[in-house]
Design a binder for this molecule. Structure first.
Ligand SMILES: NC(=O)c1ccc[n+]([C@@H]2O[C@H](COP(=O)([O-])OP(=O)(O)OC[C@H]3O[C@@H](n4cnc5c(N)ncnc54)[C@H](O)[C@@H]3O)[C@@H](O)[C@H]2O)c1
Length: 318
């Protein structure tokens, strides 16, 4: 990455809460500027913070000039379930925010990282091993903004030479910050219930299979992609990356290997079930593997053991 500072938008969210400390550990605390419309938890550590609302171009421009930013990790967005509740705001934040970030990047010569999602696929995408280059006709506002974002990043690279890069992330599981209103939040919530010794009521059918990833793998992927030599990248934006796929029933069974009394039932939320049913069950990440050497480290048993260990250690009375 270039030697100028790094700006992270949406830094108080689930990903930012782990990306900011990881970037600060790697590049130095004063080289990484966290930003959001709300204050992040103190666990993101010491280092600069700016209030940046990505729907206001002046706030992005000010932060980039003030801190001499050379790379933006643009995380600010509304997630899938929230976007279905508030589609107009989702369009404003997800598309309007990215457009303004790209315009500022064009003015100041910044590189831009954008996390896309498996939500950028749709019911007509092959459900198994969804290819890197395939039909993308999503049926959700979230998915529509993600496809358009992938295309906009390609456009700013091809037309203006901006170094845009990105990943299509599966659902992320993390023990640090709560998820922000996505369709795969159940795979985080279930661990909290298990550690508290409570029953879990899942909002998806127990046979709903979705691609998932443990947060440490995702954070490593962000940094590896941004550090990859540009000439090796054919796709640049929206690389599929995969680690594992599982259903609520399978994760429940895996947790029961550690907590034999743990119980789960399902009360299906039709809105989130419809979103999940429109997404593929697994994705083909061979382009990421070939172009920049992507390899996941955590599978379902390794992630489950680590989540339970970390959450148990931080539980009250532990
Ligand atoms: N977490 C996942 O499982 C997952 C999976 C696929 C893709 N992604 C993508 O990764 C990115 C970050 O996701 P996350 O899980 O950290 O989301 P999150 O909801 O936890 O965090 C998003 C952050 O953006 C901030 N924000 C909202 N509107 C803003 C605005 N106008 N200006 C500045 N900040 C604003 C929020 O305050 C919040 O802190 C999103 O683009 C999301 O679509 C996440």
């Amino acid at each position: 990455m270039n030697e100028r500072r790094i700006l992270v938008t949406g830094a108080a969210g689930q990903i930012g809460s782990e990306l900011v400390p990881a970037l600060r550990a790697r590049y130095g605390a004063d080289r990484v500027v966290a930003s959001d419309v709300r204050l992040p938890a103190s666990s993101i550590g010491d280092g600069p913070f700016e209030h940046v609302d990505c729907t206001h171009i002046r706030e992005i421009d000010y932060a980039v000039r003030r801190w001499d930013v050379g790379t933006v990790f643009h995380l600010a967005a509304l997630l899938s379930a929230v976007a279905e509740e508030r589609p107009r705001v989702a369009w404003e934040v997800n598309m309007g925010g990215l457009y303004r970030v790209l315009e500022v990047a064009r003015s100041h010569g910044c590189a831009v990282f954008l996390p896309s999602s498996i939500g950028a696929f749709g019911p007509s995408t092959p459900a198994e091993s969804a290819p890197q280059d395939t039909l993308q006709r999503p049926t959700t506002m979230y998915g529509i903004t993600k496809v358009a974002s992938e295309l906009l990043c390609d456009y700013y690279h091809d037309r203006f030479g901006i170094d845009t890069r990105g990943l299509r992330l599966p659902g992320l599981v993390s023990h640090v910050a709560p998820p922000g209103g996505g369709t795969t939040d159940w795979a985080v919530d279930i661990f909290h219930r298990a550690v508290r010794g409570e029953r879990y009521v899942c909002f998806l059918r127990d046979d709903t299979r979705l691609p998932m990833m443990y947060m440490p793998d995702a954070i490593r992927a962000f940094m590896e992609l941004m550090e990859a030599p540009a000439e090796a990248l054919v796709h640049r934006n929206a690389f599929n990356i995969a680690a594992m796929s599982f259903t609520p029933a399978e994760l429940h069974a895996e947790i029961r290997r550690h907590r034999s009394g743990f119980e789960m039932t399902c009360e299906v939320d039709p809105v989130r079930q419809a979103i999940a049913d429109s997404w593929p069950e697994s994705i083909d990440d061979s382009a990421a593997r070939a172009e920049w050497g992507w390899r996941p480290e955590f599978d379902l048993p390794a992630m489950t053991a680590d989540m339970l260990e970390k959450l148990s250690a931080s539980a009250p009375g532990a």
